[in-house]
Design a binder for this molecule. Structure first.
Ligand SMILES: Cc1ncc(COP(=O)(O)O)c(C=O)c1O
Length: 449
């Protein structure tokens, strides 16, 4: 047993005996620094939250200015300028039909908000038979009980099955799961048919379809084309089902556009944002929705309102960090300069395709990924712990990676340079070669995000 009082998230504490966590003393730009001063390139943006680099002077200043004025105030019966401004900015940046912003404090909480709002909307519109949700196989939407009910990653949900509500699952459009015999368009068509079949069989019972647009992150960066999103949106319209887009991981430029749904030219009924919302500075999330949804709650009766709340909803420091991040996007034309990085990433990933232990090399915008395979071209079983071995070696070599089982990915902050992208890929390959030469860890099965 470890002596520390700290119990870490998403960690089998027993593994820490072999791989103790690194202590990070400070962070700057794309780098974390250990207590010994060793720099580690943060190739995964610290769980996909950091956007413009750590300890960013412009965002630091904005947070410090706010700290001198007001650190926290409740958002019921009181309001403040940063949160009012942030709501306006987010509404202006998203499709015209999204007119209202509701804030919460984590990604999972945003998903809870969207699920509850959708259900209550249908109840208050008199469609009381609508009580279930469709989510995608291998989808991930968080780990609170409601969000876990629409998450399809048994490692995180199986233990809690008695507490979880059974919802409907549609097959994933992720190209990793495509049978070789099918073309991409045949496969997408097949997955859409299955989705429509679910909608038909449960016509009038479904509140919403929830999905992660373009990239199923926690599944292991499984990617799919915008054509699926566009068609799924049409199906939602046809069967009068809400569409909840969970852009918690992919929002704010990760897929190349500010939001992933822009690539399909669609507007959801609910858009969930978090992680990059505050550029990775402070916990905050937001659900954007339409006038139609808002109107269903607008009534003299208290019970018809949306009574969900969190103590720290709309925290002013987080709102200031988010506003500063949006200013930085505009001032520095971050999305335009990212195109250059996306091009470099694509070039670097192309070079990996020839490697005998690398398959399914893929990219969506600023996210690159590949699958680690054995000498027969078959993905290593997660229980061999090759990903963890790879991560350990990469850290020793100065790059923070955290493969999900046998899926290796990078999602660097936008301040990374083309040379650093190249270095991340080189170190990933060196660490991979070491990881496959080692004896397996033989841990129990599971692929932690
Ligand atoms: C797509 C998606 N939804 C929801 C969440 C949950 O967010 P949080 O960890 O802030 O609760 C995550 C976290 O990784 C995510 O990737």
């Amino acid at each position: 047993m470890t002596a520390s009082a700290l119990w870490y998230p998403c960690t089998q504490m027993h593994h820490l005996e072999q791989f103790p966590p690194l202590t990070i003393a400070r962070a700057q730009g794309a780098y974390l620094y250990t207590t010994e001063g060793t720099p580690i390139l943060d190739a995964i943006s610290s769980w996909w939250v950091n956007l413009h680099g750590h300890c960013h002077p412009f965002i630091n200043q904005a947070v410090m200015d706010q700290l001198g004025r007001c650190e926290q105030v409740m958002l019921a019966g009181l309001t403040h300028e940063p949160i009012e401004q942030l709501a306006e900015r987010l509404v202006a940046l998203t499709p015209a039909a999204l007119t209202k912003a509701f804030f919460a404090d984590s990604g999972s909480a945003a998903v809870e908000v969207a699920l509850k709002m959708s259900l209550q909307y249908w109840q208050q519109c008199g469609e009381t038979q609508r009580k279930t949700f469709i989510s995608l196989e291998n989808g991930y939407h968080g780990e609170t009980l409601g969000s876990l009910s629409v998450t399809d990653i048994p490692l995180f949900s199986a233990q809690y099955a008695p507490l979880l509500i059974q919802h409907l699952r549609a097959p994933s459009p992720a190209l990793q799961t495509k049978p070789e015999l099918l073309s991409e368009s045949e496969f997408i068509h097949q997955q859409l048919n299955a989705l429509e079949h679910l909608m038909q069989t449960h016509d009038g019972e479904i509140c919403a379809l929830i999905l992660e647009p373009l990239v199923q992150g926690a599944a292991g960066m499984h990617m799919y084309p915008a054509s699926y999103l566009k068609a799924a949106h049409e199906l939602c319209d046809r069967y009068r089902i809400h569409l909840i887009l969970d852009e918690i991981a992919v929002g704010f430029g990760r897929t190349g556009t500010l939001f992933a749904h822009e690539q399909a030219g669609i507007c959801p009924d609910f858009l969930c944002l978090s992680k990059g919302l505050t550029a990775g500075y402070l916990p905050m999330s937001c659900v954007l929705t339409t006038d139609d949804v808002y109107a269903a709650f607008y009534h003299p009766s208290v019970q018809r309102g949306f009574l969900h709340s969190h103590s720290f909803t709309g925290n002013p420091l987080a709102a200031r960090a988010a506003l500063a991040s949006l200013d930085w996007f505009e001032q520095q034309q971050v999305l335009t300069t990212n195109q250059h990085l996306i091009h470099h990433l694509s070039h670097g990933l192309d070079e990996l395709c020839q490697h005998p232990h690398i398959r399914q090399v893929r990219q969506t915008g600023m996210i690159g990924a590949f699958t680690l395979v054995n000498e027969h071209g078959i993905a290593y079983p997660a229980e061999e712990g090759r990903g963890r071995l790879l991560a350990r070696k990469a850290t020793e070599l100065g790059v923070l990676l955290r493969p999900i089982g046998n899926q290796v990915y990078l999602m660097p902050p936008y301040c990374v340079t083309p040379e650093e992208i190249q270095r991340i890929l080189q170190i990933a390959v060196t660490a991979l070669e070491w990881a496959i030469s080692e004896p397996p860890l033989n841990q129990s099965a599971g692929a932690l995000a």
